[in-house]
Design a protein around this ligand. Structure first.
Ligand SMILES: CC(C)(COP(=O)(O)OP(=O)(O)OC[C@H]1O[C@@H](n2cnc3c(N)ncnc32)[C@H](O)[C@@H]1OP(=O)(O)O)[C@@H](O)C(=O)NCCC(=O)NCCS
Length: 175
């Protein structure tokens, strides 16, 4: 598996990653605590129109210096991670982990961790103190981030919260 930086014209290939997932439970933040509740979804592909809607945000992110990595199996992109370059937070010392996906057939093999660590290394190089993660609330996604040492953020970013109020907003302290 090769992980390398993506060029601008490769960004559109992100949508080739097989996003499908059977979700059984999702997390809610109730009274400041995470609670896991049964809520099944059959995510077969990217939601209709998601790629078209999201592409301008990804290009904007790239153009202002965001970092994009892709994981390749041969010529196929099977995972990707995107780190924002715009500092956020009261102290302007956080960078958002904007996107992290591993294709269905390539999950639970260490690729998510490898991509996450690439983003952490880059954030450290940019002198960020924390990553900010607006995480899909599924059991698997939140479980993954908690396992890697992420915790509920103490400082919600209102702009990102308004975009994804159902997400679980996490932070990761960069050592
Ligand atoms: C979430 C996701 C990125 C995880 O990637 P992955 O490649 O399956 O994860 P890894 O195999 O690298 O797992 C890394 C570590 O987390 C652990 N882990 C993975 N899923 C876990 C879970 N649901 N609960 C607890 N730990 C978990 C692994 O056991 C592994 O531990 P180790 O390194 O200590 O042995 C992947 O499942 C995915 O793309 N899901 C769909 C899209 C998505 O939700 N993206 C995030 C949007 S915010």
């Amino acid at each position: 598996m090769l992980i390398r930086r993506l060029a601008r014209d490769e960004i559109e290939n992100i949508w080739e990653i097989d996003r499908s997932e059977i979700i059984g439970k999702v997390y809610y933040l109730r009274d400041g605590r995470l609670t896991l509740e049964v809520e099944p979804y059959d995510m077969r592909a990217w939601p209709q129109g998601e790629a078209k809607l999201y592409m301008p945000f990804l290009y904007d992110c790239f153009d202002r210096g965001g970092t994009f990595y892709g994981a390749f199996e041969g010529l196929e992109m099977v995972g990707a991670v995107v780190l924002e370059s715009k500092f956020i937070g009261r102290k302007k010392d956080q960078l958002q982990l904007k996107f992290l996906h591993v294709g269905n057939e390539y999950r639970k093999m260490g690729l998510g961790r490898a991509l996450f660590e690439k983003a952490v290394d880059k954030a450290r190089e940019l002198s960020a103190k924390r990553l900010y993660i607006s995480a899909t609330p599924s059991e698997n996604t939140v479980g993954f981030y908690l396992h890697l040492g992420c915790e509920l953020t103490k400082e919600i970013d209102q702009e990102l919260y308004a975009l994804e109020p159902k997400d679980i907003h996490l932070e990761y302290r960069i050592a």
